[in-house]
Ligand binder design. Structure first.
Ligand SMILES: [Zn+2]
Length: 68
């Protein structure tokens, strides 16, 4: 029986940006503005901003942004 050749070695490691959680914090000058929290998941879980809506990746809660 031919031996299976198992490739060893780690996957090429890309430099990961810092935890995505922190990308939700925007620092604008001296102000730190946060994305909205998910009303279902509570604080700590932020809603992702889509084009005209916000979306929670955890519970898939989504909410359309009202136009102002
Ligand atoms: Zn959620």
């Amino acid at each position: 029986m031919p031996k299976k050749i198992v490739k060893k070695g780690k996957k090429s490691h890309k430099n990961k940006p810092t935890s995505k959680k922190y990308t939700k914090y925007k620092i604008d000058g001296d102000k730190i503005t946060r994305e909205r929290n998910c009303p279902r998941c509570g604080p700590g879980i932020f809603l992702m901003k889509a084009k005209n809506r916000v979306y929670c990746g955890k519970c898939t809660y989504s909410e359309f942004e009202s136009k102002k």
